[in-house]
Design a protein around this ligand. Structure first.
Ligand code: PLP
Length: 381
């Protein structure tokens, strides 16, 4: 029986769990494949303080819903929206699911996306039984000609454009995509789960969000470069009317309703997102974005010195380093204490330059990669 009949003293439990934790890689010890990073101390503190408040009891904790809307409005401002509404979610997957659900409820039942979109988009379409039309990509960005052809043949739907693709750090041409959407009666969801904390600061001349009329919603995850702890995603929606289908009856709640896909949900994520947006401000995230791209360029130039190239030049700090034997490389690197991810559509290993990936970490990644390329060249390997 694994449930003890008599409870175990907490000190022993802590000891056992800490032992497990010590054996796991951490952001500071080589875990550089993921889009998560070390949460800011402030975010951790307020998360713990608000953790036990149920954000979905909107009558009792009205102020928490207000905080949530303030956080969402700040996320929206980064993406060019003055008065967006929405909600804090458990992450990008939930936000994408909710966004496609909204589109479906508003009558847009076809999803247009290239394979460079995050897997959660296809998962959401499957769960919602929406038809997916795969659009070509060129240079790991939506190919607008292919998109136009697809919408011409398949009719109105929701187009998913990604700002910061998961595997390659590329940015879809949101403005051109939105123009096609307008012309053909489609709407656009911008998945800026990762790149939303980078691209709007680095490329202010590009229209990446709500300044395009066709954009109805966006995903932007504070638990990635927003520096909040997991779980903390964001669904940003253009207006109340579009958000309406996410307001559900909850007969037993004092308010009579709840928002979003979940029932009970922790206010900790909301407090953490709100706190980080207020603490970092525009300038804080802008400075972070610049520094992370500087380090990204450092990584690619050091890789070039050992004969490795990115599959495509990234626009946000996600680099797919082209390597044919990528699965082998991941195993080799993990043994060296460098934990990378796969790129997905291309052969290569993915590095995400979060704030915890400093110059020393970059040096260690490149050294491990150099050793892999040497070992895979040697005849005895
Ligand atoms: N969208 C994009 C572009 C992503 O890169 C990711 C995760 O990597 C997601 C959505 C899903 O986010 P989460 O893992 O928080 O559900």
């Amino acid at each position: 029986m694994s449930l003890p009949r008599e409870g175990i003293p907490w000190i022993e439990i802590v000891k056992e769990l800490r032992k497990i934790l010590r054996e796991l890689p951490t952001h500071f010890t080589g875990f550089v494949g993921s889009m998560t990073t070390v949460p800011h101390q402030l975010a951790k503190q307020v998360f713990l303080e608000f953790m036990e408040v149920n954000a979905n009891d909107i009558a009792t904790f009205r102020r928490v819903r207000e905080l949530e809307l303030e956080a969402v409005r700040m996320l929206g401002e980064i993406l060019g929206c003055r008065d967006c509404v929405g909600m804090i979610t458990t992450g990008g997957s939930e936000a994408n699911l909710a966004a496609l659900y909204l589109a479906r409820e508003h009558g847009y039942e076809v999803v247009y996306a290239p394979l460079t979109a995050h897997d959660s988009v296809f998962k959401a379409a499957k769960l919602l039984r929406m038809r997916v039309v795969i659009v070509e990509h060129r240079g790991y960005r939506i190919d607008v000609d292919s998109l136009e052809e697809a919408v011409r043949s398949n009719g109105p739907g929701i187009i998913v454009a990604t700002v910061g693709t998961t595997g390659f750090g590329t940015v879809d041409p949101v403005e051109a995509v939105s123009a096609i959407a307008r012309e053909h009666g489609c709407v656009v969801h911008v998945d800026a789960a990762f790149g939303g904390f980078v691209a709007p600061f680095l490329y202010p001349e590009r229209k990446l969000g709500f300044s395009n009329d066709a954009v109805v919603s966006a995903t932007m995850d504070p638990h990635k470069l927003g520096l909040a702890p997991i779980p903390c995603g964001g669904l940003v929606v253009r207006d109340e009317k579009w958000f309406e289908p996410l307001v559900f009856e909850a007969k037993y709640m004092p308010s009579g309703y709840q928002v979003g896909l979940l029932g009970t949900r922790s206010a900790g994520s909301i407090a953490a997102a709100w706190a980080m947006l207020k603490h970092m401000g525009w300038r804080g995230y802008e400075a972070q974005a610049r520094e992370l791209m500087r380090r990204t360029r450092l990584l690619t130039s050091k890789c070039a010195e050992i004969g490795l190239e990115p599959v495509v030049e990234p626009e946000v700090p996600v680099v797919c380093i082209g390597i044919d034997r990528d699965v082998e490389a991941l195993e080799f690197l993990a043994k060296r204490g460098v934990y990378l991810y796969r790129c997905g559509l291309a052969k290569g290993v993915r590095v995400v330059i979060g704030p915890h990936v400093d110059e020393q970490a970059i040096g260690e990644i490149v050294e491990a990669l150099r050793d892999f390329t040497k070992s895979s060249r040697s005849p005895s390997s």
